[in-house]
Write a protein that binds this ligand. Sequence first.
Ligand code: HEM
Length: 387
Amino acid sequence: MALLLILTISHADQSHGSSLKHGRSKPGYGRKSHGSVHGIKGHGSNGRHMGHGRNKPPRFNLPIISGPPLDLSPIIGPPSTPTPTTPSGLQVGFYKGLCPNKLVDIEAALTTKVQEHFRKDPSILPALLRMQFHDCFVHGCDASILINGLSSEKTAGPNLSVRGYDLIDALKDIAEAQCPGVVSCADIIAIATKEVLRMGGGPNYSIQTGRRDGLISRAQDVNLPSPFLTVSETISAFNAKKFTTEEIVILLGCHTVGVSSCGFFQDRLYQGTTQFDPIMDPTLRKQLMPICPKGTTANNSTFLDQNSQSSNIVDNSFFVQILEQRGILPIDQSLARDPKTVSFVKQFAQSASLFNSKLASAMVKLQALDVLTGSQGEIRKTCNRFN
Ligand code: HEM
């Protein structure tokens, strides 16, 4: 069942294909290999926000969500009591009655804080979505990305530009104050990601909880797919985690929000470079060239979804853009050209509601990837270090 979304957007300072300049470091992915590290220092864990440069961030009115709730019965079942567990061991409402004050609804308290944060800074949405993906793809959704240390996952190249750690810490403080030693950092990431996704116009699904925190966090294990891989290589990387080709297209549709720094698309702009893309929309190329001049290491960024009306909204316009040769990342553009993926891209470009409902299922699956449950792992006292 589709959500009815009434979106009112005010883009006071945004022009079509606009860019942002925020002092971001060079990308830290390998070019062909999965996640090889350039060893480039990033801007710190929390520093980067849209609008640090010449363009201010777009102003939002929040999407008003009305109509019946999304029907996800086939994947998560009704949020009734007792809540059913899934094969992953997670369940909706896991924390009910687990706090010292049994009446405390800790998930609701966390969700309220997330909502407050989103209203002040909507760029927390792309930040958390990316954090969730980078966490889940390395040792499962176990909050291993949060651990501080000289060679923890956080320090790996692709993670240097991951943001949102401050909010996770603030949420953990709330959890520990009301419900000490009970709520995992892995669940906090999941709850927060789910809520910002909904607030940004995405699906409203019931979040499953019961994850435990991992005991391993090593930069050397960060083996995320690079944006320079082919579609076939990307499919192999996701197949290894049991995602189908359709799910890959849906999850990459999360690039409907957020930004990419220059280094990931620079070569697509200039003739004679390894990635030059002759059929990129010429208007887009013209707009991107000053943001990312040839041979420079400009720290500028541009929106992954080049529809300026919805660059920060979870919708299907990303798919329309890539069909119009207006993708930013090489892998995003490739999805619309490869025979293995283009039919999915077309379906989602045509149907916002199809994308929305399939995104819900794909997110539930991503957030359940290789989770620790029961007596596995631990419940961290502080999210950035093991107990
Ligand atoms: C083959 C898989 C993927 C590749 C190669 C990839 C690559 C990238 C790259 C290169 C960036 C720009 C980073 C930067 O400039 O620092 C980015 C941003 C982003 N990615 Fe992905 N990504 C992939 C899958 C995903 C998935 C599955 C999700 C979500 C579930 C996701 C969500 C995001 C978001 C929201 C941003 C914007 C972040 C921000 O604005 O801070 N990506 N991705």
